[in-house]
Design a protein around this ligand. Structure first.
Ligand code: F6P
Length: 322
């Protein structure tokens, strides 16, 4: 019998609890013990540990957030703190660590292995779906659904008042959330990060829509790593085309809520696979979801930044918003 630990790090996402439950129960099933580390790497440095049992991870499969809580721990960028973390794990005779989080959290886990040979496994958990090496990260589907429901509500009032709305969604520098939300809500435009904003095209489309009697327009804006960029776009539309608009930043509502069935399923499969990878440790691995299957890949594969092929989806929004 050995002892393993699990933590959640970075921005929380719906489905993290499903992964904690699956990892814990699968370890217990194999005859091992599991320690939960509170508040990510900060809790590891403070030795904020809690024993996880079959019942302590009961009744959490449907809960959003993370029962272990999370944090963004800047100290973990420094080797001296990673050394302290490795020592804490050793003091507690913890044989390996499972990290649920995004690529920043994975960098910390991989460094812990490279510098101090701590066996680690990663489970991708972020609403942004921005990790390379996997087509899916836990929480993304629920976040898309939450945003879609919010946009549907805003469309009701946009229609009633003939208004243009700029609705900003999360995702850091990823376009994944914005494009899916745009397609699923029939948005007139989706503004993705990185590219120059095609103001003329946007202005023309809104005016054309008005001419054919369109009641209200929805523009989905990807935050692009700069929360509030919608206000600049609002000003440009006003200055260039005299188009008045309202801004709605959906914000952290997208991170909460009960995980969708898809998130529960993938998180559960990843949790079990992560526990098996760690208990039969050969090298650090990350669980992935590719072509409909849960699998494993190496850490470096997940640390290159996801390059998305967004052209097809942008074209789809163009076709459908004539
Ligand atoms: O990475 C998840 C995410 O929700 C991003 O989409 C967003 O930019 C960021 O976290 C917000 O972080 P915080 O909750 O620390 O403000």
């Amino acid at each position: 019998m050995a002892k393993y630990a699990i933590l959640t790090s970075g921005g929380d996402s719906p489905g993290m609890n499903c992964a904690i439950r699956a990892f814990t129960r699968s370890m217990l099933y194999q005859g091992h013990k599991v320690v939960g580390i509170k508040r990510g790497y900060s809790g590891l440095l403070n030795k904020d540990f809690v024993n996880l049992t079959a019942s302590s991870v009961g009744n959490i499969i449907q809960r959003g957030g993370t029962i272990l809580q999370s944090s963004r721990c800047l100290k973990f960028h420094e080797k001296k703190f990673r050394k302290a973390a490795a020592q804490k794990l050793e003091e507690e005779k913890i044989k390996g660590l499972c990290v649920i989080g995004g690529d920043g959290s994975f960098k910390g886990a991989y460094a812990l292995y490279n510098d101090f040979k701590v066996p680690v496994v990663g489970i991708p958990g972020t609403i942004d779906n921005d990790i390379s090496g996997t087509e899916y990260t836990i929480g993304h589907d629920t976040a898309v659904q939450t945003a879609v429901e919010a946009v549907d509500k805003i469309r009701d009032t946009a229609f009633s008042h003939d208004r243009v709305f700029l609705i900003e969604v999360m995702g850091r520098n990823s376009s994944s959330l914005a494009l899916k939300v745009g397609i699923c809500t029939g948005a007139e435009n989706v503004i993705v990060p990185g590219n120059e904003i095609p103001y003329q095209e946007i202005g023309d489309k809104i005016k054309k829509g008005e001419e054919r009697g369109k009641k209200g327009s929805i523009l989905i804006v990807a935050e692009g790593g700069k929360e509030g960029r919608s206000y600049n776009i609002q000003k440009e539309l006003q200055d260039r085309f005299n188009i008045q608009s309202k801004v709605c930043i959906l914000g952290h509502i997208q991170r909460g809520g009960s995980p969708s069935a898809m998130d529960r399923l993938i998180a559960t499969e990843m949790g079990v696979l992560a526990s098996q990878s760690l208990s039969h440790f050969k090298e650090p691995m990350v669980t992935t979801y590719t072509a409909g299957e849960v699998g494993l890949t190496s850490f470096p594969q997940c640390l290159t930044g996801r390059s998305e092929n967004i052209e097809a989806q942008i074209e789809l929004t163009r076709i459908l918003s004539i």
